[in-house]
Design a protein around this ligand. Structure first.
Ligand code: NDP
Ligand SMILES: O=C1O[C@H](COP(=O)(O)O)[C@@H](O)[C@H](O)[C@H]1O
Length: 510
């Protein structure tokens, strides 16, 4: 089958990229590998400079060495990205280091000097720092005049997640940031939006005429959005224990998936048009009362058990986690969207750590076909068609489809029609950060969150936070199980069931 070759993206314009928090985990594990990959692909201007800023003692050489050592340790690990270091020496010339405190004026004077000495006035400030610094750093950049844009120069700020920990804190952070810069200068990262398979939802929905006529409450019974992980909290116990699965995954990643799947067609694929549709969608999520939120949610926490034959600790045994913690590591929610398209169609969202398999998917469950032509018994009733948008792994799109089983009887069987990425494209083993950093450098905000989207997301989540604060009950599930037992009861009471986790797609009859 013929496929068009990808168009070559243009090289991003020259700039100085300042990485605040340069000695941290995000920079070494995700940002530098992505920048290295962009550089190798010829997507960074040769004069682009990357300046790390951190309190950790160091200089240009030690910074370069620390990053090289880390990448070398990953070099043979295909799962970790398996990096080829051949072009590292050239890339390393882009890197320099400023030992400085984010809370000291001297750091900002140094930044100013670096920009003044550079060939370009363009500067991108990437705040890879603990969230408590976001407002402070932005204000200090503003006060030092470093956010003043000009005809021929941009000044942009990238903010990592988490963006607030509830509605009030997200509103306060937006207000602080927008007091020193314009929305057009602000890039709020959600790395799920950098994933090819997430962006593909827009193409699948809006570049194919066959889905749109069915994409509404006349034909869709309900939607399930799942992000199941096999990993636990790893080294992030201290962060995670204060946040939990809901804050960590729902108002950001899962709501972005929900928005991609449920928005109205935007008038244009520009940032404003798309982000307005997303904001409208998230703003239409029905605000539950506290009692409704309690009724429409499940909270679980993993307990010691076995994972693939090996003993595995429970959440409360993890480092930096309170031994009496009631933080959820699993949550399932039911949401309703109050607009014409989705009236009466529940959206079930679930996410959890230490589950049976890694599986990020959106399952659109269509209403069953009428039974009449088949004069069918319950046993012969056509199954509901599921459309599965598989984000990771087995990336692709599958449709469960009823087919006649050969033979004298009018018997049917569910088979799958499918598109597997691997059959058509080389899907880069990218984290999402490559695309997003490139977009920051080229000034494309399409895949970044806007203030109103963020606040509408928190507004929908706030009733669950309020309800759970009042009743901080959490149900246990053993490591390797797909949530607590009442997660199944939760969806069964609506006459529905969860789509299987970890089922391989495109493997013939189900
Ligand atoms: N790590 C990850 O996988 C992901 C992280 N994120 C987000 O990215 C951000 C960064 O995360 P991560 O890299 O893990 O965090 P780290 O804590 O590993 O990195 C932050 C760095 O900033 C340094 N620092 C702290 N205070 C100051 C200061 N006053 N002046 C200068 N430097 C300072 C820290 O030094 P010290 O260690 O001495 O405090 C540390 O080196 C967070 O917002 C996180 O939520 C988002 C997605 C994934
Ligand atoms: O932001 C986060 O995302 C990861 C999951 O991202 P993925 O790209 O590995 O799918 C999650 O494990 C982490 O807890 C959360 O903070």
């Amino acid at each position: 089958m013929a496929h068009s070759q990808p168009q070559q993206a243009p090289t991003a314009p020259p700039a100085t990229l300042f990485l605040f928090g340069a000695s941290g985990d995000l920079v070494k594990r995700l940002l530098i590998p992505s920048l290295y990959s962009l550089s190798r692909a010829g997507l960074l201007d040769p004069s682009l400079r990357i300046v790390g800023i951190d309190v950790a003692p160091g200089d240009d050489d030690s910074f370069r060495q620390h990053l090289e050592d880390f990448l070398a340790s990953q070099a043979d690990d295909a799962e970790a990205g398996g990096v080829d270091l051949e072009q590292w020496p050239a890339f390393a010339q882009r890197l320099s280091y400023v030992e400085g405190d984010f809370t000291q004026a001297s750091t900002y004077r140094r930044i100013d000097e670096i920009i003044q000495a550079s060939d370009t006035g363009n500067a991108l400030f990437y705040l890879a720092t603990a969230p408590r610094f976001f407002g402070d750093i932005a204000e200090r950049l503003g006060a030092a005049g470093l956010l003043d844009e000009g005809e021929a120069r941009y000044r942009r700020v990238v903010i990592e997640k988490p963006f607030g920990h509830d509605l009030a804190s997200a509103q306060a952070l937006n207000a602080r940031l927008l007091s020193v810069m314009e929305e057009s200068q602000l890039y709020r990262i959600d790395h799920f939006l950098g994933k090819e398979t997430v962006q593909n939802i827009l193409i699948a929905r809006f570049a194919n005429v066959l889905f749109e006529p069915l994409w509404n409450n006349h034909y869709i019974d309900h939607v399930q959005i799942t992000a199941a992980e096999t990993v636990g909290v790893e080294k992030r116990g201290s962060f995670y224990d204060k946040n939990g699965a809901l804050r960590d995954m729902v108002p950001n990643h899962l709501f972005q998936l929900m928005a991609m799947v449920a928005i109205e067609p935007p008038a244009d694929f520009n940032a404003d048009a798309l982000r307005s549709e997303k904001s409208k969608l998230l703003g239409a999520i029905r605000p539950w009362s506290k009692d409704e939120a309690r009724h429409n949610s499940v909270r679980g926490q993993y307990q010691a058990g076995h994972f693939r034959g090996q003993p595995a600790p429970g959440y409360r045994d993890e480092p930096d986690v309170d031994t009496d913690s009631t933080t959820e590591t699993y949550t399932a929610l039911k949401l309703m969207v109050d607009n014409w398209r989705w009236e009466g169609v529940p959206f079930y969202l679930r996410t959890g750590k230490r589950m049976s398999a890694q599986d990020k998917e959106i399952a659109i469950c269509f209403k069953p076909a009428p039974c009449a032509p088949f004069r069918c018994s319950e046993a012969q009733r056509p199954e509901s068609n599921y459309l599965i948008i598989q984000i990771q792994p087995d990336e692709g799109i599958w449709l469960d489809f009823e087919a006649k089983r050969p033979g004298p009887l009018m018997a049917m069987e569910t088979i799958q029609l499918g598109f597997a990425y691997k059959d058509f494209f080389d899907l880069p083993s990218a984290t999402g950060y490559e695309t997003l950093i490139y977009d920051c450098l080229t000034g494309d905000q399409l895949l970044f969150q806007r203030a109103d989207t963020i606040e509408n997301g928190w507004r929908a989540v706030q009733p669950f936070l309020n309800a759970w604060q009042e009743t901080p009950h959490v149900d246990g599930y053993a490591v390797g199980q797909d949530g607590p037992a009442n997660a199944d009861e939760f969806i069964k009471r609506d006459g529905r069931q969860w789509h299987r986790i970890g089922g391989e797609q495109g493997q013939g009859p189900l």
